[in-house]
Design a protein around this ligand. Structure first.
Ligand SMILES: *Cc1c(COP(=O)(O)O)cnc(C)c1O
Length: 391
């Protein structure tokens, strides 16, 4: 048998984070005390009223196919969320429930991009974006940013990167991996360029609710009805409700795009898990008290971790204003990110994610979705590691 895989599958980059991750797991299995800073999910439990709603639906036999884009009451609740929290009007038909925010992103790219199209992605980026673009047959075009500009692209940079082939611009604020948050003015200015040039925007707003220091995250779609007409908002339940394993995301899009995504879902995954959707409905319509507690706890860790990192000679770090990551610059150590992380794991048993996975080799990602104890221990070890490099 010839096991030739398709060109598209072969074009995907292997996950660079995997090597470090499997090494860390192996070390743990050997009984070593490894501190993990790699978490891409909150370390809190899904709130009980959400799990109870799903368990109740399951017990009541809500176990059959639903409409492929989600149950009507959940699509309505999502439309209500956009009205209530963002001042945006969407009909339930413009709302699609997907199997995770990642699935929402992928289907958006698949529904809007094709061979010959270019997709603009600011680096550092969430590592799946370029691969999704390749799977759609389009070409990812990376726009470099650095900590000097808080990892933000400027309208001029965006304008200069747009060609006649540009179809989509991917905006992720608050950002994974940097924690950067674009101000409402900055978001609008980028949106203006896209509107002027007829480029669609995929706005990944999954960290919308995780903000610190009074930062404001405003969707580009709120700038004007024309901006909204150029935007697909991608969102999900994973981060603000700690539901990563539930695989539930959602999006809001202009109707022709929502319709195309519905068609894609109906022929690929069909509906997201029926009883999980009932949990998501409870997440949106129930109390949101947990969020204040979580944000306060993340904030406490963020401040502590940023302060500790900033004390390490040769390490500099922007102050993140959202999400739950720090993205320190390690270039003064003389090491690139993969070697830095491999040696940090080897010498001090601390697992961080190399920035190269996000298209930024001078940085590493530290997640503070872990306990204060772990942060104290891991950052002290990292301090010792960098000092021992002797630069
Ligand atoms: C976590 C995350 C998502 C969505 O994750 P799902 O688990 O698929 O819901 C989307 N975008 C970014 C930037 C993320 O970090």
């Amino acid at each position: 048998m010839n096991y030739r895989v398709s060109q598209r599958a072969a074009s995907l980059s292997p996950s660079l984070t995997l090597a470090i991750d499997s090494k860390a797991k192996q070390m743990r299995a050997e009984g070593l005390d490894v501190v993990g800073f790699g978490a891409g999910e909150p370390d809190f439990e899904t709130p009980a009223h959400i799990t109870e709603a799903a368990a109740k639906a399951l017990a009541a036999g809500f176990t059959k196919y639903t409409p492929s884009s989600g149950i009507p009451e959940l699509r309505q609740a999502i439309a209500d969320k956009f009205r209530r929290e963002n001042g945006l009007d969407y009909t339930p038909r413009q709302v699609i429930v997907s199997c995770g925010g990642k699935h929402s992103c992928y289907n958006t790219v698949l529904a809007t991009c094709q061979d010959g199209d270019e997709v603009l992605i600011p680096a550092p980026y969430w590592l799946s974006y370029p691969e999704m673009v390749k799977l759609a047959g389009a070409t990812p075009v990376v726009m470099e940013t650095s900590d000097r500009s808080e990892f933000k692209v400027t309208p001029d940079q965006l304008r200069a990167a747009i060609t006649s082939r540009t179809r989509l611009f991917i905006l992720n604020s608050p950002n994974n991996p940097t924690g950067s948050v674009y101000s409402p003015d900055e978001v609008k200015a980028l949106g203006d360029v896209c509107v002027e040039r007829g480029v669609l925007i995929m706005s990944d707003e999954i960290y919308e609710h995780l903000l610190y220091d009074g930062a404001i995250a405003k969707s580009v779609a709120t700038a004007s009805p024309v901006h909204q007409a150029h935007t697909i908002i991608v969102h999900g339940f994973a981060k603000a409700w700690s539901m990563t394993g539930w695989r539930l995301g959602f999006l809001a899009a202009p109707e022709p795009i929502a319709k195309a995504i519905d068609a894609i879902q109906s022929h690929s995954t069909s509906n997201p898990t029926s009883f999980a959707q009932k949990g998501a409905l409870a997440a949106l319509t129930g109390p949101q008290d947990h969020l204040k507690t979580w944000v306060a706890e993340f904030d406490r860790r963020r401040r502590y971790a940023h302060q500790q990192l900033s004390r390490i000679p040769g390490i500099t770090c922007c102050t993140p204003r959202g999400a739950f990551y720090l993205f320190p610059n390690i270039s003064q150590t003389g090491l690139k990110s993969t070697e830095f992380c491999a040696r940090l794991l080897e010498a001090e048993k601390v697992a961080a994610v190399p920035g190269i996975a996000f298209g930024a080799d001078d940085y590493v990602r530290i997640s503070y979705a872990t306990s204060m104890d772990n942060l104290e221990k891991g950052l002290a070890r990292m301090d010792r590691f960098v000092r021992a490099l002797g630069r």
